[in-house]
Design a protein around this ligand. Structure first.
Ligand SMILES: Cc1ncc(COP(=O)(O)O)c(C=O)c1O
Length: 367
């Protein structure tokens, strides 16, 4: 299997090498502070005795698994702490395929690019399923695509890149479709704290024994570098997930898990609310400018991103580079996210310069 450089690395490198000042709206790295309790716990960690520098239990520190389980209202035995949501997604997908229940994964289009990459790596076949114009689930399309060969249905809410927050009834129907063809459902909820509608409900509330929920703290605590995520697996599948996690990684990083555990216990809900408010203000500023630029877009209901379509300016890599050079704004080409939005460009609102970027786009595309 050949290493393929992710497109976002390529755009970021291009933007870094550009002549003028460029506002980076490429990847989803939060620009705000992690919780104070997390910094404090990391400081404290440096002075702990030597056993704190040794392997933690492979499935994660018990106190962290218990805290996650309490928040998710599940048995701690079902929780595996992973190296980010990315690893939890890998474990879920691998489990779906190793059951000999088919080779196909249904992925919603537009799609977070690491999903088809992982399916491919695991020897599966991806089928892209259309979604509604606003990114919401099209259950009929899922039903039509599902077959005996479907081993896995992959969902992500709040969604990257569309910003859609899935309706729980639609999710329930999607799970029923999966059940009817003996497929597992993976629901990636890494943006669960960034629901701007107030209506997000975790898929775990569906209590399906086919459903694997994945999430992590990269986004909610603004710590993409610490690599702490988790999967909540049905009882029947959790043992296999733990084994794979152990054989691939031995375990995860103890200081990161320790710090996240402290931050979970000691961070007031205001911390999360402030980050959400910041994001909501940025959505307002950015979409106002998109109106001024005459762009088409869907106002995100959650996550960090806005997809926009500008007339006569399809979201190709060449046009994204043109935007870097001529407008000083770097986004992601829509064709990196499957086939549904190759006319579009995705902008990540995780820069303090969001309003300035918006003005630049309005000036560049406006009349
Ligand atoms: C949908 C989705 N899932 C997973 C990840 C990776 O999360 P983590 O840093 O927890 O591995 C991202 C990161 O951007 C994402 O957008």
């Amino acid at each position: 299997m050949e290493y393929e450089e992710p497109k976002f690395f390529h755009v970021m490198q291009y933007a870094a090498g550009a002549e003028g000042d460029v506002i980076d709206m490429v990847s989803g790295n939060p620009d705000w502070e992690p919780p104070a309790a997390l910094r404090e716990a990391l400081r404290e960690y440096a002075d702990l005795p030597p056993d704190a520098f040794q392997y933690p239990p492979s499935e994660g520190l018990l106190e962290l698994r218990e805290a996650i389980a309490e928040r998710r209202n599940v048995d701690p035995d079902r929780v595996v702490v992973t190296n980010g949501t990315g690893e939890a997604n890998y474990l879920a997908m691998a489990r779906a395929f190793e059951r000999d229940a088919g080779d196909e994964a249904l992925l919603m289009d537009p799609v977070y690019p690491y999903y088809p990459g992982k399916v491919d790596m695991l020897g599966g076949e991806s089928t892209l399923v259309p979604t509604a114009r606003d990114g919401g689930l099209d259950v009929d399309a899922i039903r039509e695509a599902a077959s005996e060969d479907t081993a896995l249905v992959v969902l992500n809410t709040p969604n990257n890149p569309t910003g859609a927050v899935y309706d729980l009834d639609a999710l329930r129907e999607a799970v029923a479709v999966a059940e009817s063809v003996d497929a597992l459902v993976m629901v990636d909820e890494v943006y669960d704290h960034f629901d701007l509608t107030g209506g997000f409900e975790s898929a775990l509330t569906l209590e399906s024994d086919r459903l694997i929920a994945t999430s992590g703290f990269s986004k909610s605590m603004a710590i993409t570098g610490l690599r702490v995520g988790y999967g909540v697996f049905p009882e029947e599948h959790v043992g296999d997930a733990k084994t794979r996690h152990m054989l691939v990684n031995v375990t995860g990083a103890r200081p990161s898990q320790y710090a996240v555990h402290h931050a979970l216990a000691e961070t007031p809900s205001d911390y999360y609310a402030e980050a959400r408010d910041l994001l909501a203000d940025r959505v307002d500023a950015f979409t106002d400018a998109l109106d001024a630029a005459g762009a088409e877009y869907t106002r995100p209901e959650g996550a960090f991103y806005v997809l926009a379509r500008f007339d006569d300016f399809p979201g190709t890599m060449a046009n994204v580079k043109r935007l870097v050079d001529e407008a000083g704004v770097a986004g992601m080409p829509g064709d990196a996210f499957g086939t549904a939005r190759d006319e579009w460009i995705r902008f990540a609102l995780v820069t303090p310069r969001t309003a300035e970027a918006a003005e630049r786009l309005a000036d560049y595309f406006g009349d």
